[in-house]
Design a protein around this ligand. Sequence first.
Ligand code: ADP
Length: 325
Amino acid sequence: IKKIAVFTSGGDSPGMNAAIRSVVRTCAFMKIECVGIYRGYEGMIEGDFLPMNARSVNNIINKGGTILKSARCEEFKTREGRQKAYDQLKSEGVDAMVVIGGDGSFTGALLFNEEFGMPVIGIPGTIDNDIFGTRYTLGFDTAINTAMEVIDKIRDTASSHHRLFFVEVMGRDVGHIALNAGVGAGAEEILIPEENLGLERLLESLKRSKLTGKSSSIVVVAEGDKTTGKNVFQLKEYVEEHLPIYDVRVCVLGHMQRGGAPTCFDRVLASRMGVKAVEALLEGKSNLMVGILDDDIAFTPLSEAIKGKTKIDKELIRVSDIMST
Ligand code: ADP
């Protein structure tokens, strides 16, 4: 292997730049060439390449987003699109690639490998932490810290006005962000898809805390939660109707959770994963995702990574229940 391509694809997440930096610097260290691809598979199809050396990635470890940009690309889902992408990579002299992205990006990479034999290693970049084979995805730690800090601020105003806030956080169809940011910010209740709290218990809990003298309440709701059958706005209406003692507000955190400087944890994780990704390719490995399990780097076949999900931390759910006494 003489030249490795690196790109970011699908939803962006904090720490992607640190991972690009790590891949580029490891290539430089190993004295092999590295080329960045702009806008994921879209740039691959168009041949939008950027030769990179150790100095190309100065001052990016602390930046959110991705300097290589990201995109969703329908054309790559077609055989013709992938053929174009392969032709571009070949004419650039690329022998192997590192894809930083989520399960969609991995699915595309796997198909591409099956068709054209291009060796590939994946680095899981998503704030949702929903990829099997790694305890943490890149950007998750930053996202939970961002969400927690914002919930802290909401708590200030909530307690000044004796209000109840429903705060919706991201996470697609899993509750990792909600559970972790919720426990970290001391939420009253946390609604996640993996655990059915139900409307009755929510009402009971809110009633009880009002009676025991809590001046404010924060309920963190995962965007993918369907367990109450209501979204945050419908929850507000429901609680106002059934528990008129509360002045209820809603706050949807949205895309701020995807941005910002990565935490130290995410930067370290990205640095470790980038090194291992390049080393794996040089050892002749392919179709694997670099993950972290029990604090150690571990490889999982991409085919398994895209199928499974990381299990929700049941013990943390229990802790959260005890905390809301
Ligand atoms: P993420 O990687 O964050 O899950 P997406 O699901 O949007 O994001 O996937 C990113 C890109 O990966 C898509 O825009 C597409 O180009 C490619 N991709 C996703 N699924 C497939 C597929 N089944 N076949 C080929 N390419 C795919």
